[in-house]
Design a binder for this molecule. Structure first.
Ligand code: NAD
Length: 355
């Protein structure tokens, strides 16, 4: 039997991820067993002072395996921080890194792993999803350089929703919306496949449901479980499909005007999604269904308004007089890459929507 066009387009995919132990309480009960399984006996803990203090019960599980603590965790991993953490790992003869905290803690551990090859065990406390990706970033001066290496992919993750119960409302919202942005972006990315599409749809379903439930009941543990699993799906999508125009737009506009990272993603997401949906209506419809909405852009706008994450670009530091320059940057020129496929009139419209 022959079809006019292939029913299965060719694609190649190697799913790679850490071993993940899921469940409420696993950070308390499984840490020693999992570090032992890696053959580790000298563990350096990386996480902010607050995180290490508040999770003293979890870290106690390491017993005498704990040989050092690095607390000077900073967003986007400044080079000096990466170097200081690496030095501590070497001086304490650590044979394993344990990150406890959000994307900044695991990012610091990744920087150390990159130069030492040490294995990482990650205990995430936000919905960033970095613990399941081989992507690292280190900031030299003001420039963040990112790369991919299997060396930085954590070996083991303890994914315990109870560690996010203390995450304040604002951090919860924006962290979960960032994860949702990874699902949306990945559904239109060049390296997407039917497998990553399924992960993106499931991630969007869980993140949207978790965000809505938490808006109804700030103490809902079911919502936290949805957000935790949603973040896992989102991180896995980021790792395997990559990102698309939404992330390119946020990177260009957010970077040029020094806008706050998480809020920029939320402000741009509905408008960027509308642009992406025009280019691939089927992918957009699938995400709209996940959000229980007729269209993707409306579904996102309604969700963000419902959970109180609907700040616009004008609320977070972009002036009306900045818009023409932002449009120029998005369109690009011979010297600078703009966003692929984004023409001037569409870029103007998109930014006006987000502004
Ligand atoms: P973060 O790690 O900087 O944490 C934000 C704040 O939340 C901090 O003040 C932290 O102390 C606090 N916090 C964390 N967990 C808490 C909890 N349970 N209760 C109370 N407070 C808590 O922020 P993030 O959003 O988790 O991560 C952002 C960073 O991660 C960025 O640098 C981003 O680029 C990176 N990232 C990397 C990847 C990747 O694949 N490499 C993916 C996503 C994000």
């Amino acid at each position: 039997m022959r079809a006019d066009r292939p029913r299965l387009d060719s694609f190649a995919l190697t799913l790679r991820g850490p071993r993940v132990v899921f469940g409420e309480g696993v950070a308390l009960t499984e840490l020693a067993r999992e570090t032992d399984a890696l053959g580790a006996s000298r563990v350096l803990v990386l996480g902010s002072e607050r995180e290490q203090r508040e999770r003293a019960d979890v870290l106690a599980g390491l017993g005498t395996r704990l040989v050092g603590r690095f607390t000077n965790v900073r967003r986007h991993v400044p080079r000096l921080v990466a170097d200081a953490a690496t030095e501590l790992a070497l001086n304490s003869a650590a044979d394993c890194l344990l990150s406890i905290g959000g994307g900044s803690a695991v990012g610091t551990a990744k920087a150390v792993a990159l130069s030492t090859g040490l294995p990482i065990v990650a205990i995430p406390t936000t919905y960033a999803g970095s613990e399941v990706t081989p992507i690292y970033g280190i900031t030299d001066e003001a420039t963040k350089r990112t790369g991919r290496s299997e060396v930085v992919l954590p070996k083991t993750v303890l994914l315990d929703p109870t560690l996010t119960w203390s995450l304040p409302g604002d951090l919860t919202r924006y962290s979960a919306v960032n994860a949702l942005a990874h699902c949306v972006s990945g559904m239109f990315a060049t390296d997407r496949s039917p497998i990553t599409d399924a992960l993106a749809a499931e991630g969007a379903t869980r993140l949207a449901r978790g965000l809505r439930s938490l808006a109804d009941d700030g103490k809902s543990t079911a919502a936290r479980a949805d957000l935790t699993l949603g973040a896992y799906f989102a991180g896995t999508v980021l790792a395997h499909a990559g990102t698309s125009a939404h992330h390119a737009i946020c990177h260009i506009v957010g970077g040029a005007f020094d806008l706050p990272h998480a809020q920029t993603h939320a402000a741009i997401l509905p408008a960027a999604a509308a642009f992406l949906q025009e280019r691939d209506p089927t992918a957009g419809a699938r995400l709209a269904t996940a959000l229980k909405s007729a269209t993707l852009a409306n579904g996102l706008s309604e969700l963000l308004a419902r959970v109180g994450a609907s700040a616009r670009l004008r609320d977070i530091g972009l002036d009306a007089t900045d818009l023409p320059h932002a449009v120029k940057l998005l369109v690009g020129d011979e010297a600078h890459h703009g966003v692929a496929g984004l023409r001037r009139d569409r870029a103007e419209q998109l930014l006006r929507q987000a502004w």
